[in-house]
Design a protein around this ligand. Structure first.
Ligand code: ZN
Ligand code: ZN
Length: 344
């Protein structure tokens, strides 16, 4: 079968290859991939600037939906033909403090689909049955491919901080994660202000249509002033940083009210300068979140099933695997939003 393969460590080394079709081992299922999403981290795998361990040659792709095609031995509760999505945390140690507490997203030995284990940029992929989730009725395969990034946003916004009804929430970075965080915060009853750059014009318009009460293009408007207006001078209760850059981090800390909560979802990929004293003077609570856990997936699927989060609005393009280079380039140029492969 055709697959997009990262075939060596280092910058580049990605190509469309013919690889053997996988077979499910004990406790595993084979899934016929319907749609697979391109994630910013796939670009980081291509450019070799990400901290998650890879094992080349490996089939890339960790965000997908599909139909169960065959069952390995010992799998119960699932049948051929079931519509499913699967968590990317293929393997964890199961013994460390994080794993024992159910936070296997933090396991130091986590081996991720599309990084360590062969992923979903192919006709078939194999995953452990205990990482499967059923696609709810009425949710399409295209939308299913977005459950993984939405679950990551759920883990941050619903599991790592507390958003209360009527809270004022600032979201910086209206990309896939930011626009998911917007909808999740809205579902919790928050009022949301979203900030982006001039390159985000279309994404800010989308944020508006997805329920942002206020959007700010920081190239045209001062974010601090906009936040003051939005909160009648008080500052936001919660800041969710999804842009992954210094300026956005500082803007969030400045925008927060005293004792506000900062959630870091964006990754900078390098060090930054920061006046750390603001945490003391404002008694800020600062936390971050990475990846997702089973509870995040259940909440994400529930929110999508009840149409409180609408993945469809975030899908911009569908490509065949053959066009992977054009798709990656389009993602790198910040064109479109969530791009999907249709491997079949
Ligand atoms: Zn991803
Ligand atoms: Zn562990």
């Amino acid at each position: 079968m055709k697959a997009i393969v990262k075939y060596a460590e280092g910058r580049g080394f990605v190509e469309l290859r013919d690889v053997p079709e996988p077979a499910p081992g004990p406790g595993e299922v084979r899934i016929a991939v319907e749609y697979a999403g391109i994630c910013a981290s796939d670009l980081h795998i291509l450019n070799a600037d990400i901290a998650i361990t890879i094992r080349p040659p490996v089939v890339m792709g960790h965000e997908f939906s599909g139909t169960i095609d065959s069952l390995g031995s010992g799998v119960s509760g699932w049948a051929v033909g079931d519509g499913v999505v699967a968590e990317a945390s293929y393997g964890v140690c199961g013994l460390c403090r994080s794993c024992m507490g159910g936070f296997y997203n933090l396991c130091a030995d986590r081996k991720v689909l599309g990084y360590w284990h062969h992923g979903a940029f192919a006709r078939f992929t194999v995953v452990p049955a205990h990482r499967l989730h059923r696609l709810p009725p009425g949710v399409s395969f295209q939308e299913g491919a977005l459950v993984e990034p939405i679950a990551c946003a759920v883990h941050g916004v619903r599991e790592c901080i507390a958003v209360a009804p009527a809270d004022a929430v600032l979201i910086t970075g209206p990309g896939m994660i930011g626009l998911a965080a917007l909808q999740i915060a809205r579902a919790a009853g928050a009022r949301v202000i979203v900030a982006g750059t001039p390159a985000d014009e279309a994404r800010l318009a989308l944020a508006r249509s997805l329920g942002a009460e206020r959007v700010v293009d920081v190239g045209r408007e001062d974010l601090g002033t906009a936040v003051k207006e939005f909160t009648h001078g008080g500052g936001v209760d919660v800041a969710v940083e999804c842009a992954g850059n210094d300026r956005a981090v500082r803007s969030c800390l400045d925008a927060l009210r005293k004792q506000g909560q900062h959630l870091q979802l964006g990754l900078l990929g390098r060090d930054m300068d920061l006046r750390f004293d603001s945490l003391a003077y404002k008694e800020l609570r600062v936390t971050g979140a990475i990846s997702s856990r089973d509870t995040s997936w259940r909440t994400a699927l529930d929110l999508i099933g009840r149409r409180q989060v609408t993945p469809r609005a975030l899908i911009s393009d569908v490509f065949p695997l053959d066009d992977w280079e054009a798709a990656f380039r389009r993602h790198e140029e910040k064109k479109g939003l969530k791009m999907l492969f249709r491997p079949g």
